[in-house]
Design a protein around this ligand. Structure first.
Ligand code: HEC
Length: 491
C-alpha cells in the first residue's frame, strides 16, 4: 500500500495552511502561467513593430548585468550568512531585488526581440532561458522561508543551484547573440580550432552564388540574418533560406532586380532607416551591389557558374610591380605641358620609380584622343590614367598601348565601345580597368580575357552587362517597392 500521508505531510510543510500563504501560491501559479504563455500570445514572428519598443528594448543588454551581479552575490551571502545572521537577512532582500531586476530585464529583452522582429534558434533559447530563470527566482523566493525555518531544508538550495545553472546557460546564449557565435573561437589557435566539429565551410561549390554572392552575405549580413538570429525573419546563410525571404515574403525576385527588396535595401542612402546592413555597418561595395544585381537579373540561380558581363579576376595572381624609369629629366617639360592643357601628371611619390598619375579632372569634358596622343612622350612613366568622363574614344587604344607601366585605367563614362580593346593586351601591369557606363559591347568584352594581369574589371551599366537596361532602383522605384510592400501588409 502506498503511504498517502507522506506526500501530503510534505506538501503541508511546504505550503503552510494560512489563507494568506495559499493566496500567495495561487498568485504565483497565475504568474508562472502568464510567463509561459507570453511567447505564444506575442509570437516572435520576425515582424518589426513600434519604435518605442526597440528604443526601450535596446537597454536590455545593459540592464541584464544587474540581475546577473545580484544572482552571483546571492550564494555568497547565503554561505557567509551561516556565521553572520545579518547577511542571511540581506540575502533575502537581494533575492527579492534579483527577481524584480530579472523580470524587468526579461520585459526589456522581450520588447527588443518583439519590436525589432528578431527570431532564430538562439534567440528562442535565450528567451526561454530568461523565462525559466525568472520563474526559478520566484520559486526561490517562495521556498526560502521553509528552508530558513528548517521545514523543507533541501528545496531552496536545489532551486538556487538550478537558477545559477540556468543563468550561465542563458547568459552564454545572449553573448553569442551580441557578439556572434564565433566570438570565442575567432582568435582561437588553429590547432584548437581543428578540434571543433563545425570548423571549415561546407559551402564549397563552383557556382557564382557560392563563390561571389554568398560570401558577401556572410561577411555583411549573416550576423543579423543567420540561424542563431534572424532579424526581419530573414536568413541569408544559405540559398534556400535566402529565397524563402523574410517577414513580408520573398526578398529576391529572380530576373527582376527592381522588384527585389534585398537589392532595394542595400542601395538606399546609408542614412535611410531601412538601409542594410543596419546599425551603421559599412555599406556594400559598388561592385558587390553590381554582382548581386546581375545575379538576380540573370535568374538568381544557385548553380550558374558565370554571369554575362561580370568578369571577376580575383583568382588572377598578382603581378609584381615593375619600377618605372626615372622621369626626372622630363620634369620641366611636364610642367610646361601642364600649363597648356587641363591635364596633369602627378607624382605618385617623391621616388621617380613610383611613376606618374595622369589626372584629367580639370579638363575632363574637353580632353580628347589628340590630347592623349600628345602625352605619348611620358607614356612609359604613367602608372594610372584617370580618363573617366573625358572625350576619348576607341581611337585612344593605340596611344594607351604605349602606356607600358599602366596599372589602373579609368575609362568610365566615356564613348568607348571597346573596339580595339585587344590592343591593351601588351599592358602586362594592368590590373584595374573601369569601363562602367560606357558602350562596351559583349563582343568587345571577350577581349578582356587577353589582358592577363587584370584583376578588377567594371562593366556596370554597359551593353556587355545585360542588367544595364534597368539601373539600380532610384528613389522613385524604391518608393514603388515600398508601396507594394505596404499594400501587401495592409489587412
Ligand atoms: C545589425 C543588424 C543587421 C545587419 C548587419 C543586416 N540587417 Fe537586414 N535587417 C535587420 C533588421 C533589424 C531588420 C528588420 C527591420 C527592417 O525591416 O528594417 C532587417 C531587415 C532586412 C530585410 C527586410 C526583410 C523583409 O522581409 O522585409 C532585408 C531584405 C535585409 N534586412 C537585408 C539585409 C542584407 C542584404 C544585409 C547585408 C548586406 C543585412 N540585411 C544586414 C538588421 C540587420
Amino acid at each position: 500500500m502506498i503511504d498517502a500521508k507522506k506526500p501530503v505531510g510534505f506538501a503541508g510543510r511546504l505550503l503552510p495552511q494560512g489563507r494568506r500563504t495559499r493566496r500567495t501560491w495561487l498568485a504565483a501559479l497565475v504568474f508562472i502561467s502568464a510567463l509561459v504563455a507570453l511567447p505564444f500570445l506575442f509570437r516572435l514572428d520576425g515582424k518589426t513593430r513600434a519604435d518605442w519598443q526597440q528604443f526601450l528594448g535596446r537597454f536590455h543588454p545593459l540592464a541584464v548585468h544587474l540581475p546577473i551581479g545580484l544572482l552571483v552575490l546571492l550564494p555568497v551571502l547565503e554561505i557567509a550568512g551561516r556565521r553572520r545572521a545579518s547577511l542571511r537577512e540581506a540575502a533575502h532582500f537581494v533575492l527579492g531585488l534579483a527577481f524584480v531586476c530579472c523580470l524587468g530585464s526579461l520585459a526589456l529583452g522581450y520588447l527588443l526581440a518583439f519590436g525589432s522582429g528578431t527570431t532564430g534558434v538562439v534567440v528562442m533559447r535565450h528567451m526561454w532561458g530568461g523565462i525559466v530563470l525568472t520563474i526559478g527566482l520566484m520559486l526561490c523566493l517562495l521556498a526560502r522561508p521553509s528552508w530558513f525555518s528548517g521545514r523543507v531544508p533541501w528545496l531552496y538550495p536545489s532551486l538556487l543551484c538550478g537558477v545559477l545553472l540556468a543563468l550561465i546557460w542563458t547568459a552564454d546564449q545572449g553573448g553569442s547573440l551580441t557578439h556572434g557565435a564565433n566570438y570565442l573561437t575567432q582568435y582561437m589557435p588553429v590547432p584548437l580550432k581543428r578540434l571543433l566539429p563545425y570548423a571549415g565551410s561546407t559551402k564549397a561549390n563552383d557556382s557564382f552564388y557560392a563563390k561571389h554572392i554568398d560570401p558577401i552575405f556572410d561577411a555583411n549580413c549573416v550576423a543579423c540574418h543567420g540561424e542563431s538570429k534572424s532579424n526581419g525573419g530573414l536568413r541569408l546563410d544559405s540559398y534556400a533560406e535566402l529565397m524563402k525571404g523574410g517577414k513580408d515574403g520573398p526578398v529576391v525576385v529572380a530576373g527582376q532586380p527592381d522588384k527585389s527588396v534585398l537589392l532595394f535595401r542595400v542601395t538606399l542612402p546609408s542614412d535611410h532607416k531601412q538601409f542594410m546592413p543596419a546599425e551603421g555597418k559599412p555599406p556594400l561595395q559598388p561592385e558587390e551591389i553590381a554582382w548581386i544585381k546581375a545575379w538576380i537579373q540573370q535568374g538568381a540561380s544557385p548553380t550558374l557558374a558565370k554571369l554575362d558581363g561580370i568578369v571577376i579576376r580575383d583568382e588572377t595572381p598578382e603581378v609584381p610591380l615593375e619600377p618605372v624609369g626615372d622621369y626626372s629629366a622630363l620634369m620641366d617639360e611636364i610642367r610646361r605641358m601642364q600649363k597648356g592643357q587641363g591635364a596633369k601628371l602627378l607624382q605618385v611619390s617623391s621616388k621617380p620609380s613610383d611613376g606618374l598619375i595622369l589626372n584629367t579632372i580639370d579638363a575632363a569634358a574637353n580632353f580628347n584622343d589628340a590630347d592623349l596622343a600628345r602625352l605619348s612622350r611620358f607614356a612609359p612613366y604613367i602608372v594610372e590614367a584617370e580618363l573617366g568622363q573625358t572625350a576619348v574614344t576607341d581611337a585612344s587604344f593605340n596611344t594607351l598601348a604605349l602606356f607600358t607601366h599602366l596599372r589602373a585605367l579609368h575609362l568610365e563614362g566615356t564613348a568607348i565601345t571597346g573596339d580595339g580593346l585587344q590592343k591593351l593586351s601588351s599592358l602586362s601591369q594592368l590590373t584595374y580597368l573601369n569601363l562602367s557606363n560606357t558602350r562596351v559591347t559583349k563582343a568587345a568584352a571577350v577581349h578582356l580575357d587577353s589582358l592577363r594581369a587584370l584583376r578588377h574589371v567594371y562593366l556596370y551599366n554597359t551593353p556587355a552587362q545585360p542588367v544595364a537596361a534597368q539601373p539600380i532602383p532610384t528613389a522613385q522605384t524604391a518608393q514603388t517597392v515600398t508601396a507594394q510592400r505596404i499594400a501587401r501588409n495592409a489587412p
